[in-house]
Design a protein around this ligand. Structure first.
Ligand SMILES: Nc1nc2c(ncn2[C@@H]2O[C@H](COP(=O)(O)OP(=O)(O)OP(=O)(O)O)[C@@H](O)[C@H]2O)c(=O)[nH]1
Ligand SMILES: [Mg+2]
Length: 371
């Protein structure tokens, strides 16, 4: 039986060949065959183990989850110990951490779960050193924290390649293409004035996934690669931060230069810190919180005052109804409206309905049906 790492290797080969092949009329047929092979391998991988590879068992707790990734010895465990309640082993040799170690970071009333995972090595995308296992943790995280040793910042590019090969996309969104499946009538393309691939190629990719009828609506310019990415069930989109660690061991000017360069080349925000000296950790914590897009709201009893020490933590985009549900799932159905003061209200104690979206810092008085 063909093993997971055989599949990973084969996938890598096909992707390399695809990337190397020039796109023109003469190569179009060959590219089509490669796309089909890639799609088939992806399907096999998903079938095998309901995802990719065997995963670590991680229990998500708290209001959101972030994961620390990086090459061995970058200082991931040191950072976990510095910003959470966890005790993870720190040592001056590579591969100290071989399991997932969770910690909790308290931030303004929010509990952020932070996971320390084994270091990634080159070749992780082809299954070396438990790359697929680490990827399984990244798949459940809300934020990816890439930890770099400031003495070896150039390692970042290799790391990003490995993550890309593991089907992890950082600070990107799934292509804005919608496939409305139908039972008959063939495939139809709606381009909405965008630049889109030819229908034959789109049809070929969709056929690979068993779709022969329906409407494909493009809400952005796209090539056939975007259509492949859209259909690929294994790709994960996650927010990312780069943490430049050990800045105590390099010149401050060097660290500043590295930060600028990495930000310019990757578009990912870089935060220079020292886990050991505890430098700039307050800034890091606030960045983590901001990236997670959480909102804090406070409850005020009808004739009382709000307890500003006890926020409720919700995902950005949550509504008044979500607040009620998270407070008490059973009574939420009796919610009528809320009086809200804060950023989402036009004036103090504005009466707003169940579908109103709350903002960070809002104070709410929930009003229920009398029952
Ligand atoms: N100078 C300096 N050394 C650090 C800093 N953070 C960590 N180290 C050292 O770097 C070495 C590796 O640290 P760890 O936290 O174990 O690194 P890791 O990324 O968890 O390593 P693995 O678990 O092996 O992947 C240890 O000797 C730490 O003391 C820092 O901010 N400054
Ligand atoms: Mg470690």
């Amino acid at each position: 039986m063909i093993s997971m790492s055989d599949l990973e290797n084969k996938l890598k080969e096909l992707r390399d060949e695809y990337a190397k092949t020039k796109h023109n009329k003469a190569t179009n047929k060959h590219l089509g065959i490669l796309r089909k092979k890639i799609a088939n391998i992806k399907k096999d991988m998903v079938k095998k183990k309901g995802g990719r590879g065997v995963g670590f068992a991680v229990k998500k707790t708290g209001d959101a989850t972030a994961v620390l990734v990086g090459f061995p010895n970058a200082g991931k465990s040191s950072l976990l110990v510095a910003i959470t309640n966890a005790e993870s082993q720190v040592a001056a040799y590579a591969f100290t951490t071989l399991e997932v170690i969770p910690g909790t970071m308290d931030y303004d009333g929010a509990k952020i779960q932070i996971l320390d995972v084994p270091g990634l090595i080159e070749g992780a995308a082809e299954g070396k050193g438990g790359g697929a296992k680490v990827a399984s943790v990244i798949r459940v995280a809300d934020l990816l924290m890439i930890v770099l040793d400031a003495n070896r910042p150039e390692g970042l590019y290799k790391l990003l390649d490995e993550l890309y090969g593991l089907d992890i996309r950082i600070n990107k969104e799934r292509p804005k293409i919608i496939v409305e499946r139908k039972d008959t009538g063939g495939l139809e393309i709606e381009s909405l004035k965008h630049k889109v691939p030819v229908k034959k190629d789109v049809a070929e990719v969709l056929n690979n996934y068993g779709i022969y009828n329906g409407k494909v609506i493009f809400h952005q310019d796209a090539g056939i690669e975007e259509v492949m990415e859209l259909m690929d069930p294994g790709i994960v989109y996650v927010k990312g931060l780069i943490i430049l660690n050990k800045i105590d061991s390099v010149e401050p000017q060097f660290a500043q230069g590295v930060k600028k360069e990495l930000e310019n080349t990757t578009g990912i925000r870089v935060i220079p810190i020292s886990a050991e000296q505890k430098t700039n950790l307050a800034e890091l914590k606030s960045r983590i919180f901001n990236e997670l897009d959480l909102v804090r709201v406070y409850l005020k009893p009808k004739d009382g005052v709000a307890d500003l020490r006890k926020p409720m933590i919700l995902r950005s985009g949550s509504t008044v109804m979500d607040v009620a549900k998270s407070l008490h799932s059973k009574t939420a159905k009796d919610l009528r409206y809320a009086y809200i003061s804060g950023k989402s209200a036009k004036f103090t104690n504005q009466r707003l309905g169940r579908e109103h979206v709350v903002a960070d810092g809002d104070i709410l008085t929930l009003v229920y049906e009398k029952g």
